[in-house]
Design a protein around this ligand. Structure first.
Ligand code: CMP
Length: 143
């Protein structure tokens, strides 16, 4: 079964949106197999966002993601990587459709509430970066 890495960014945590975001993915039928608050270190931020290191906004991106706690999660389900991206909406909240997380709550491209892996390769890399194997929980979701 496919897995993806999702995190509620510092703006989403501070605005009390963790529950709403978890609820959207639960109601969609995805399974939460890992979740924790962490304050991201400079080193972890630079690794996580390594592909953007040459972009002009890299410094701002690292400063923001390390500015307060994030809620990091691993979600499991059929086609969960692309479905989560659809449910998050466009990266820039100004372009994100109503009904998506960023369309409903996002303010700026930097403060866009939520991050989700963009491919199978990113998902595997990001899950490993944020979670130890024994932090991912296996349980039946049959009720
Ligand atoms: P995310 O999905 O976390 O992946 C990379 C992030 O870079 C993206 O969401 C945006 O929040 C951020 N980003 C993209 N473009 C800009 C920009 N022009 N200025 C600041 N941050 C940006």
């Amino acid at each position: 079964m496919e897995r993806t890495f999702v995190m509620v960014k510092p703006d989403g945590v501070q605005r009390g949106l963790v529950g709403d975001i978890v609820s959207r993915f639960e109601r969609k039928g995805f399974k939460l197999v890992g979740g924790k608050f962490i304050t991201i270190s400079q080193e972890l931020a630079e690794k996580h966002y390594g592909e953007h290191k040459d972009k002009p906004f890299f410094g701002e991106l690292v400063d923001f993601i390390t500015s307060g706690p994030v809620f990091a999660m691993v979600w499991e389900g059929e086609n969960v990587i692309s479905a989560v991206r659809t449910m998050m909406g466009a990266t820039n909240p100004a372009d994100a459709a109503p009904g998506t997380i960023r369309g409903d709550y996002g303010q700026t491209v930097a403060m866009n509430i939520v991050h989700g892996s963009d491919s199978k390769e990113s998902a595997a890399r990001e899950i490993k970066l944020f979670f130890a194997e024994d932090e991912l929980i296996s349980y039946d979701q049959t009720i």
